[in-house]
Design a protein around this ligand. Structure first.
Ligand code: PNS
Length: 165
């Protein structure tokens, strides 16, 4: 196992079994893994607050003593530069590669940081936070795709959204 620390960044809105699979495998390769939750995801306003996303992740990573959950604002390259580690990402499909390649090259040019990729487990190659949210909030069953603590938080959120209508 490498002594290096890996930073696994993401929106985690919400965390899925695909994320957890990457975290578990990274934790077996690196001395320490920091799951870094971006405060303001670029794509859209998150459905889950930063506190909710961090709490869900902390519940999920509890079994792995070398995994910590933190958050960051602004550029990932600045956050990683301050820690001097490598970035780890999961790759699901070819379209991921296209965007991840430019992101990895930009982060390298900004802070000389390397990005290492783990191929997603085939069971999760179609799983994203967005698709899980869409299916769940339209009444579909996502129990096989998210960790149990995440499903519990999603169910609560669905109830509070329904009640607020
Ligand atoms: O889970 P996501 O939404 O795919 O994660 C994307 C994330 C958070 C890794 C990416 O948007 C990011 O690094 N955001 C921080 C801002 C930044 O550094 N942007 C420039 C990337 S080259």
């Amino acid at each position: 196992m490498s002594e290096k620390r890996a930073i696994y960044p993401g929106s985690f809105d919400p965390p899925t079994n695909g994320h957890l699979d990457v975290i578990e495998r990274a934790a077996s390769c690196f001395g320490e893994v920091i799951v870094a939750v971006v405060v303001n995801p670029q794509k859209r306003n998150p459905m889950f607050s930063l506190e909710e996303r961090e709490a869900m992740l902390r519940d999920c990573v509890a079994p792995w003593p070398n995994v910590r959950v933190e958050h960051f604002r602004g550029l990932l390259a600045d956050y990683v530069k301050s820690t001097g580690d490598v970035i780890v990402k999961g790759l699901r499909v070819v379209s991921d590669f296209e965007s991840e390649m430019s992101t990895a090259l930009m982060n390298r040019s900004l802070s000389r940081v390397d990005t290492l990729f783990l191929m997603s487990d085939a069971r999760y190659s179609f799983v994203s936070s967005s698709i899980v949210k869409e299916v769940f909030f339209l009444g579909g069953d996502v129990a096989a795709l998210v960790p149990e603590p995440v499903l519990a938080v999603m169910s609560k959120k669905r109830t509070s959204l329904v009640n607020s209508r």
